[in-house]
Design a protein around this ligand. Structure first.
Ligand code: GLN
Length: 489
């Protein structure tokens, strides 16, 4: 069932309709895979709930009712997306035991469409990290080589899809957390336009940068999930009221005449094997009738400091609510409220989260506000304008998703910046609020996946998914080893 194909959602759906297997059987199979796996992709498995939903879907099938495409498809949700009554911890000790009393809008939309939730996936604590190594549950492992990282922060989500532990997954992307782990694990990750998918119920990291997006085996699968998740939501004040184009209907549009820009600066300091894979992909696009043109994008050079200043400043504010009073963990021994808050936060948060809270407070403090926060805000406008200008000339731009492929786990870093630098290709997109997709485009000499990134103007998800899908079809999914890795039933 996992041979070269458009994806696995349509396949599972049609097998359910044809009664080749039941929803209970496929759900049990995924749960079995999860229980046998040592990838540490899940932090919480909802076996009972999943089987209850599967039973209801089987009753529906047996009564002859038609299913929608996502109905009965076993999937997973990152542990920072609220699921009513199901523990949601952001992989942090401070939220252990916290069960939300409402569903995030994305999850309620998928639930209404019959999604079968297998469980919550591992992640970097509060989505802060690039390797899924800051989780309080320990790191998730890369299914292509378990000694290597999955990428982060949605590392568990990407590993769960690549390792056949869920058909698709939902992650969040503040500076690359959907795209970079997708790239490291050889699957597809879509970061939608800011405002196109509701953030209601997503536990905030950097509110002006956060977006929820799907991680899937192929662009077709990502498109099906995105079409279900997007749309205006009155619960989210940043939600966009626009006419959302159905991306699935555009997957097979002709891409002849498409103009693809190649920003020179994104290719500086990139691993040579990644660069050659991307160059191969460019040639393929040319063979499909698109044009390729190199251009200068110097503004990208300031993206990393801008991102880390803004993300940390916003995180400082968002994380101030974890004080031991309202949510999760509270220290046992304290003599007054100040000591309680101090001890709770010192023990509840991990080192990376504390580092970012300190950094955020520093850039927001009165003496440094103008020099850092204000300057970062004005540079943000410069980057936004540069993207606007770029998209007046090109339909999309093509870049690596990451300057390196997955790195070895448990590496010792000389400084935190060493790992922050690896985010250079993904963060500009969040700064500008534009959509981008990462898809597999080859393997390096260590047999680890390489990802390429297609970036488009706001609300052009239908175009970048179309471009990605056409590449997959043209190459007959040959770069997507995950389609062949393991058979579900
Ligand atoms: N690696 C980046 C960070 O640590 C991005 C994380 C994310 O997108 N959530 O901030």
């Amino acid at each position: 069932m996992c041979s070269n194909s458009g994806g696995i959602i349509k396949k599972i759906s049609s097998s359910l309709e044809k009664k080749e297997f039941s929803c209970t059987e496929i759900t049990e199979k995924y749960i079995d895979n999860i229980n046998k796996s040592d990838l540490n992709a899940f932090v919480n498995v909802c076996e009972e709930e999943a089987l209850n939903i599967a039973k209801k879907i089987d009753e529906k099938i047996n009564s002859g009712e038609k299913l929608s495409l996502l109905e009965g498809i076993p999937m997973s949700v990152k542990d920072n997306i609220s699921t009513n009554g199901i523990e949601t911890t952001c992989a942090s000790n401070i939220l252990k035991g916290y069960k939300p009393i409402y569903d995030a809008t994305v999850w309620s939309k998928l639930k209404e469409n019959g999604a079968v939730l297998l469980g919550k996936t591992n992640m970097d604590e509060f989505a802060m990290g690039s390797a899924c190594e800051t989780s309080c549950y320990g790191r998730a492992k890369n299914p292509h080589n378990k000694d290597y990282v999955t990428g982060g922060s949605s590392g568990g989500a990407a590993a769960s899809v690549a390792g056949n532990l869920s058909a698709y997954s939902i992650g969040s992307d503040t500076g690359g957390s959907v795209r970079q782990p997708a790239s490291f694990c050889g699957v597809v990750g879509l970061k939608p336009t800011y405002g196109s998918v509701s953030r209601y119920g997503l536990i905030a990291y950097g509110s002006s940068l956060d977006q929820i997006g799907p991680i899937a085996k192929t662009s077709e699968d990502a498109s099906i999930v995105f079409d279900c998740m997007c749309g205006y939501d009155s619960h989210d004040s940043t939600s966009a009221k626009v006419d959302y184009k159905n991306t699935f209907e555009h997957l097979n549009d002709d891409i002849k005449g498409f103009k693809i820009g190649i920003p020179n600066q994104y290719y500086d300091g990139i691993d040579s094997e990644i660069k050659s894979s991307l160059e191969e992909a460019m040639k393929k696009y040319e063979s499909m009738g698109a044009s390729i043109e190199y251009f200068d994008f110097p503004e990208v050079k300031s993206a990393l400091p801008v991102y880390y200043i803004l993300a940390c400043a916003e995180a400082t504010s968002n994380l101030s609510r974890y004080d031991g009073i309202r949510y999760g963990y509270r220290t046992e021994k304290y003599s007054d409220i100040n000591e309680m808050i101090c001890k709770t936060r010192s023990r509840g948060f991990g080192d990376e989260v504390k580092r970012r809270i300190l950094l955020g407070n520093y850039v927001l403090s009165s003496g440094y506000y103008d020099a850092y926060y204000k300057k970062a805000q004005s540079l943000r406008s410069v980057i936004i304008n540069a993207f606007d200008e770029t998209f007046s000339k090109y339909d999309a731009i093509l870049t690596p998703t990451s300057p390196v492929s997955a790195f070895e786990a448990n590496r010792k870093y000389s400084s935190p910046e060493e790992i922050y630098l690896a985010d250079i290709c993904t963060v500009p997109v969040n700064i500008a609020g534009v959509p981008a997709i990462s898809l597999p485009c080859g393997f390096d000499s260590k047999n680890l996946p390489i990802g390429m990134q297609l970036i488009g103007p706001k609300f052009s998800e239908y175009k970048i998914l179309n471009l990605a899908h056409q590449y997959e079809v043209f190459t007959q999914y040959e770069n997507n080893k995950c389609l062949q890795m393991g058979v579900i039933l």
